[in-house]
Design a protein around this ligand. Structure first.
Ligand SMILES: Cc1cc2nc3c(=O)[nH]c(=O)nc-3n(C[C@H](O)[C@H](O)[C@H](O)COP(=O)(O)OP(=O)(O)OC[C@H]3O[C@@H](n4cnc5c(N)ncnc54)[C@H](O)[C@@H]3O)c2cc1C
Length: 568
C-alpha cells in the first residue's frame, strides 16, 4: 500500500491506521513527496512487486493527486486508486472539481476521507472494499481455480469468460509457462494441449463442459428429483435475478434456469457506473453475485449451465424442457432471456472467433493484450466500456464507429472518459470489412464509409459490440413476437393474439401465465435498472394471476383480496 501525503501529522495518522489494521498482510509505505513516491512505484514495477492500493492527497507541492494517480494507473493498472480528501472537501469547489475530473477520466476509483481518529471505521470500510476488489481481480493473489490452457484456443476463451462472468476467483496459466507446466505435471496431465482446470479444494477437469465445471464447483445443474414449481424464471440476468428475489421472498416456490452465466450481459460489464446506489460503480459480476446470493438465501432454486429448450403451454401448468432432457412445470413462467450479440458476416472472421476476435466486452481477455494494438467495433455504451477497460492494459485501443461521432449513441460520461484516456482513438465513419491471420488475428481491413476506401492495419485483437437480438427463438409460435423477435406483452398484443376475455397483464405475453421481463421484451429500456424494475414488477402480476385462481391453485396466496386479474 502506498500513501502520499505531505502533511506529516496526517501522514502519521494514516500510517498508524493502515499498519495496525493491515500491517501483517500488506507492506505500508508512506511518502511526503509525490516525486519520490513515483520513483518508488517505478522501482516496484521494474521488480514486479504487486501494489494493491495507492492513496494520495490532492494538493501537494510537486504534483497534484490527480496527476499522480494518472501516472500510477499507467504503472499499476490493477491497483486501486483513491484520492485522499478531508471531511467537507466537497464544499471546496477546487477540490470537488478535481475529484469529479479524476473520476470522470477513470484516474481514481473513488475518494477516501482521511481518518480523523483512531479506528475510523468509515475510512477502513473504503480501504477494505478496495482491497477486496483488488484481491478479486489481481493476477498476484492465489485463487480458488487455476485454468491451464493455450491462451489462443477458443474453448480456453469460453472457459475464462465463464469463470469471470460467474465471479469465480481464478488464475490463468499458459500451458507452456513454468507454472502451467508445474501444475499440469502435478495433475498428471503433463504435455496436454487441452484446457485443464485445477480446483483449490481438490479435483482436476480436462476440457470440461460448462455443466462439468459448474458441478465440480458445487453448484446445481440438475433438478434432483423436483419438477413442480409455482414459478420458473428463464434466464438469470438482472431481470431474472430480480424476479427470483421478489418471488422467493414473497413465498413462491421458484426455480431459476440459467444456460451460461449468472448476471447475463450485465455480468460481462467491467464497471456499471449508473446503477442506483453504487456511487463508485460496481462490476457486473459483483452485482450479479450479490443478487444471486440474495435470491438463494430467500430459497430460490437455481439450475446452472442448463438451457430451457422448449415451452409447452398447458391448462394451469406450463411445461419447460431443459437441455439435459428433463422437464419442469410451473403455474407461471417469467421469460427473462435477454439478448445476444449481433454477429458480423465479414470475410475471415469465423475462423478467428475466440482466439483474437471476440463478441462482447470479454473482460477476461483484457490483461492478455497488455501493450498491444486492439480494436473495438461499435458506438454504444457497451463498446465504450470495453474500450475503457481495455485501455488499462493495451498499448492502444481504436474504437471503430459507423457514425460521425459518439455523441448520439454513448453516455456523455463515457465519451469524456474516452477523451481523457490518452490511448483510445475514435475512428468515425468507419466499419470493419475483413479480418485475416494464421490461427490468430494479424490484420484487419477498415472501410471508410464516406470515401469507400479500405485500409489494412495490424491488430492483435478485435472486440465487437454492435448490438444484439433477443433469445426467443426457442419459444412456441403462440408466444407472439415482433419482427425482430422481441416478446410482445400487455397493451402491445393485438386482440386476435390474446385468447381470454380479461385483458392481458402489463408484462404478460400472448400465452396467459407466461410473462416477459427485461431486454427480451419489446419496448423495454435496455438498462440494468429497468431490467431489475421489470423483474420485480412482474412478480406482482404473477401474484395477481395465481391469486385469481385462473392458474391451478396450490401456491400460497399473498393477498386474498387481489382476486380479480385484469388491470393492465
Ligand atoms: C458489456 C455491457 C455493458 C453494459 N453496461 C451497462 C451499464 O453500465 N448500465 C446499464 O444500465 N446497462 C448496461 N448494459 C445493459 C444491461 O446489461 C442489460 O440491459 C441487462 O443485462 C438486461 O438484463 P436481462 O436480464 O433482461 O437480460 P440479460 O442480461 O441478457 O440476461 C439474460 C440471461 O438469460 C440467459 N438465457 C437466455 N436464453 C436462455 C435459455 N433458453 N435458457 C436459460 N437461460 C437463458 C442468458 O444466458 C442470460 O444470462 C450493458 C450491457 C453489456 C453487454
Amino acid at each position: 500500500m502506498l500513501v502520499v501525503e505531505d502533511e506529516s501529522d496526517v501522514r502519521a495518522r494514516i500510517r498508524g491506521e493502515l499498519e495496525r489494521r493491515y500491517g501483517s498482510d500488506y507492506r505500508v509505505t508512506c511518502e511526503g513527496s509525490a516525486l519520490s513516491a513515483l520513483a518508488k512505484l517505478e522501482r516496484w514495477r521494474a521488480s514486479a512487486e504487486p501494489v494493491a492500493l495507492v492513496l494520495v492527497d490532492q494538493w501537494m507541492p510537486d504534483l497534484t493527486g490527480e496527476e499522480f494517480l494518472a501516472r500510477a494507473k499507467a504503472l499499476f493498472p490493477e491497483a486501486k486508486r483513491g484520492l485522499l480528501v478531508s471531511f467537507g472537501a466537497w464544499g471546496d469547489r477546487r477540490t470537488a472539481d478535481a475529484m469529479l475530473r479524476a473520476m470522470a477520466a477513470g484516474r481514481m476509483d473513488y475518494y477516501v476521507l482521511k481518518p480523523w481518529r483512531r479506528a475510523d471505521e468509515f475510512f477502513h470500510r473504503t480501504v477494505t472494499e478496495f482491497l477486496h476488489e483488488w484481491e478479486r481481480s489481481s493476477s498476484a493473489s492465489p485463487q480458488e481455480v487455476a485454468l491451464i490452457c493455450e491462451r489462443r484456443s477458443p474453448r480456453a476463451h469460453q472457459l475464462r469468460d465463464l469463470l469471470t462472468r460467474n465471479g469465480v476467483p481464478h488464475v490463468v496459466h499458459d500451458t507452456d509457462s513454468p507454472e502451467g507446466r508445474r501444475l499440469l505435471a502435478e495433475a498428471g496431465h503433463a504435455g496436454t494441449s487441452e484446457p485443464v482446470v485445477v480446483l483449490l479444494g481438490g479435483g482436476v477437469l480436462v476440457n470440461p463442459t460448462n455443466a462439468d465445471l459448474a458441478d465440480a464447483y458445487g453448484v446445481s445443474t440438475t433438478l434432483e428429483g423436483r419438477s413442480k414449481f409455482d414459478l420458473v424464471v428463464v434466464g438469470a440476468g438482472p431481470a431474472g435475478l430480480a424476479a427470483a428475489v421478489y418471488a422467493s421472498s414473497e413465498g413462491l416456490d421458484t426455480l431459476v434456469v440459467e444456460r451460461e452465466s449468472i448476471g447475463g450481459q450485465a455480468g460481462s460489464s467491467s464497471l456499471i457506473r449508473n446503477y442506483l446506489g453504487f456511487a463508485r460503480g460496481v462490476s457486473g459480476s459483483d452485482l450479479a453475485q450479490r443478487a444471486y446470493q440474495q435470491a438463494w438465501i430467500f430459497g430460490a432454486r437455481f439450475l446452472h449451465a442448463r438451457e430451457v429448450t422448449a415451452l409447452r403451454p398447458g391448462g394451469g401448468r406450463h411445461v419447460l424442457t431443459l437441455s439435459d432432457g428433463s422437464e419442469a412445470s410451473a403455474r407461471a413462467v417469467v421469460v427473462a432471456t435477454g439478448i445476444s450479440y449481433r454477429r458480423l458476416g465479414i470475410p475471415g472472421i469465423d475462423a478467428l472467433l475466440g482466439t483474437s476476435v471476440f463478441y462482447g466486452a470479454s473482460v477476461s481477455e483484457a490483461r492478455a493484450y497488455a501493450g498491444q494494438e486492439v480494436y473495438v467495433v461499435g458506438g454504444g455504451n457497451s463498446a465504450g466500456q470495453a474500450a475503457i477497460h481495455l485501455s488499462r492494459y493495451a498499448g492502444r485501443v481504436t474504437l471503430v464507429v459507423r457514425r460521425d461521432s459518439l455523441v448520439e449513441t454513448m453516455s456523455s460520461y463515457l465519451v469524456d472518459e474516452i477523451a481523457a484516456a490518452g490511448n483510445i482513438e475514435v475512428r468515425p465513419n468507419a466499419e470493419l470489412a475483413a479480418c485475416s491471420g494464421d490461427g490468430v488475428l494479424e490484420t484487419i481491413t477498415l472501410r471508410d464509409r464516406v470515401s469507400g476506401q479500405t485500409e489494412a492495419v495490424p491488430a492483435a485483437a478485435v472486440f465487437i459490440q454492435i448490438g444484439a437480438e433477443p433469445y426467443t427463438a426457442w419459444l412456441p409460435p403462440e408466444i407472439r413476437r415482433d419482427a425482430w423477435g422481441y416478446l410482445l406483452t400487455g397493451r402491445d398484443l393485438s386482440a386476435e393474439s390474446w385468447p381470454l376475455e380479461r385483458p392481458p397483464l402489463m408484462l404478460e405475453t400472448s400465452v396467459p401465465g407466461v410473462f416477459a421481463a427485461g431486454d427480451a421484451r419489446e419496448g423495454s429500456t435496455k438498462r440494468v435498472a429497468s431490467a431489475v424494475g421489470e423483474g420485480s414488477v412482474v412478480i406482482e402480476q404473477v401474484h395477481q394471476l395465481l391469486d385469481s385462481g385462473e392458474a391451478a391453485s396450490s401456491a400460497p396466496s399473498r393477498n386474498a383480496s387481489r382476486a380479480s386479474v385484469g388491470s393492465r
